[in-house]
Design a protein around this ligand. Structure first.
Ligand SMILES: [Zn+2]
Length: 314
């Protein structure tokens, strides 16, 4: 029997899965990125992790799909840098040589988009946009049944799209006014602090923000129980998300947008419905429906496997 391995390297977790050739996941494991980044050789550690995880099946693994967050250079099999970790210029070529298995690198958001398009929320849509709002904002785009890749593999970095011409907030990449600096899990913290400065009603959540001790999850929890400041932040965040989505709709004319990532999946009621309203207001092109991701956290793993198996030109 033949197997494929999928790896998803994010800011906090490295996830690894093994599947049969129908992309049915047989086993999955999580490793803390901190452990990997602190090891003397990341490539040696990755080799060990893969061999240990696959066990006896390693000889039957025919390909490895590697999804990674951050800026990539697919021509050089290189993870150039990731705004959410200390990783810099990691080449996967030595790993390929050590394991003697073909490895294909792809951005994690693009991998998730590919999986959602092939077997998830985007099936039967030739024009499909997947937006992931987690610690950052990313995703992938399919236009006329074609997965967009770009010259180095970064044709989807819409989290770094400039949505604020005044560049009020600084993104983790160093740029100003980028979408993810405002409404991603990390960005929302800075956005709350910024909005708190001019909000005139003292609420419980506003006090928490001013004390500096709060989480992005609490924004939605407080909004749900009627805190006026938290509700205002969610409303402003949705308006900015609406601007981001409207830009994507005008660029790519998708027939459906799928949304995933922890911020969306934990707050579907407070994000997807309002966004349906905002994209009607803001987009020039006919607004498509917005649906939640079907594959959840497995999307990047499965997408990396599909990319490894079906995209031989890379
Ligand atoms: Zn940025």
């Amino acid at each position: 029997m033949n197997y494929i391995i999928g790896i998803d390297m994010g800011g906090t977790w490295l996830r690894i899965a093994i599947a049969n050739l129908d992309y049915k996941i047989i086993n999955k494991a999580y490793i803390k990125m901190k452990e990997l980044l602190e090891s003397p050789s990341i490539i040696d550690s990755l080799e060990k992790i893969i061999r240990k995880f696959a066990g006896d099946r390693i000889n039957e693994v025919i390909e490895i799909g590697f999804a990674a967050a951050g800026k990539l250079d697919l021509n050089k099999m290189l993870i150039v840098f990731s705004p959410n970790s200390s990783l810099r210029n990691l080449s996967l070529s030595p790993l390929e040589e050590k394991l003697k298995k073909p490895i294909k690198l792809i951005n994690d958001g693009v991998a998730a988009a590919l999986a959602e398009w092939k077997i998830g929320s985007g099936v039967n849509h030739d024009n499909f946009v997947y937006v992931n709002i987690g610690s950052g904002i990313g995703g992938g785009i399919i236009v006329d049944e074609h997965l967009l890749i770009g010259k180095e593999g970064n044709a989807h970095e819409f989290g770094h799209m400039i949505i604020d011409i005044h560049g009020t907030l600084v993104c983790r990449c160093g740029g100003r006014g980028h979408w993810e600096a405002y409404t991603s899990g990390n960005g929302l913290l800075n956005y709350c602090s910024f909005l708190a400065k001019s909000f005139e009603i003292r609420t419980e959540f506003l006090n928490k923000v001013l004390s500096g001790n709060f989480t992005s999850r609490e924004v939605f929890e407080y909004a749900r129980i009627g805190d006026e400041f938290a509700y205002y932040v969610v409303k402003e965040a949705n308006r900015l998300n609406g601007i981001g989505l409207a830009n994507l709709i005008n660029l790519y004319d998708p027939s459906i947008i799928s949304m995933g990532g922890s911020v969306v999946i934990n707050n579907i009621d407070m994000i997807i419905n309002p966004l349906r309203f905002y994209i009607k207001e803001l987009s020039f092109n006919t607004p498509p429906d917005i649906v939640p991701s079907k594959l959840g956290e497995n999307a990047p793993l499965i997408g990396a496997m599909i990319f490894a198996r079906e995209y031989n030109e890379f």
